[in-house]
Design a protein around this ligand. Structure first.
Ligand code: GTP
Ligand code: MG
Length: 230
């Protein structure tokens, strides 16, 4: 295992700290690690697609609007290990970073979020490692989503590996706010001024209120259909 010896901000920085004959090997191992996490992402995505399809068959609607997945780039992995002053190694990345593989699941209604989370985490090959409910406890800036870290086994020719995947589950409305807030934050050179932060937070509350109203409308319609079908 290699000890961190100096500040690094990029792959080029890495080259300066490593002996030249190590560089290619280490980069290669990180690319192989990405394949491992890519495979774990596929396992989870398939499970979610199966749940979504089954719900469609039974209830004639999909709970999942869309999903996105991403694997942290090798550079971002290095940068994060570096920022947290951790060893730059495969072992260190695997042990310390739980968001190398990430899936974002965008649902129609708030209750779909909890249903999907429950159905996934009760599967007997899935281990729930961490759950943070930013819907019941929104972040001070107004951010809402349910965050899970789960571990899933991935089978290869020479055995299996248990791999963590970070899952963010949110409604279309929560995703709308988070996407715009993310973009605004990147556009702002300095910190967002307090008055703007307050307004953003108020928008998040308004959106959350609308989310609940839409869910009530859905329930009303569902009940109406149920009564007229009888
Ligand atoms: P990190 O190591 O920084 O990922 O810490 P963490 O895992 O404790 O982070 P957290 O659960 O707070 O957030 C993980 C991810 O959720 C982020 O990478 C974003 O994609 C998303 N997220 C969290 N907070 C916000 C927010 O305030 N705004 C937006 N737009 N996205 C957020
Ligand atoms: Mg994270």
């Amino acid at each position: 295992m290699m000890k961190r010896t100096m500040a690094m901000t990029s792959l080029n920085g890495l080259e300066q700290v490593l002996r030249s004959d190590d560089v290619e090997g280490l980069k290669m191992s990180f690319f192989e690690m990405q394949h491992l996490y890519q495979s774990a992402t596929r396992e989870i995505s398939t499970k979610l697609e199966i749940l979504d399809d089954e719900f469609q068959v039974i209830h004639k609607r999909n709970p999942i609007h869309h999903m996105q997945s991403r694997i942290k780039s090798v550079k971002s992995i290095f940068d994060k290990l570096n920022r947290r002053e951790l060893d730059i190694s495969i072992e260190s990345a695997k042990a310390n970073l739980h968001d190398i593989a990430g899936i974002r699941v965008v649902c129609y209604y708030i209750e779909d979020i909890y249903m999907i989370a429950k159905m996934l985490t009760q599967q007997d090959d899935i281990e729930l490692v961490k759950e943070t409910d930013y819907i019941k406890n929104p972040k001070p800036n107004g951010y809402r989503s349910l965050h899970l870290v789960v571990k899933v086994p991935v089978f290869f020719s020479d055995g299996k590996e248990i791999v963590p995947v970070e899952i963010q589950i949110r409604t279309i409305a929560m995703d709308f706010w988070a996407s715009l807030e993310h973009q605004l934050r990147y556009k702002t050179v300095d910190a967002i001024p307090p008055s703007v932060a307050k307004e953003l937070q108020e928008c998040a509350d308004t959106i959350a209120d609308t989310d609940m109203r839409m869910q009530r409308i859905y329930k009303t319609i569902e009940q109406f259909n149920y009564n007229t079908e009888e």
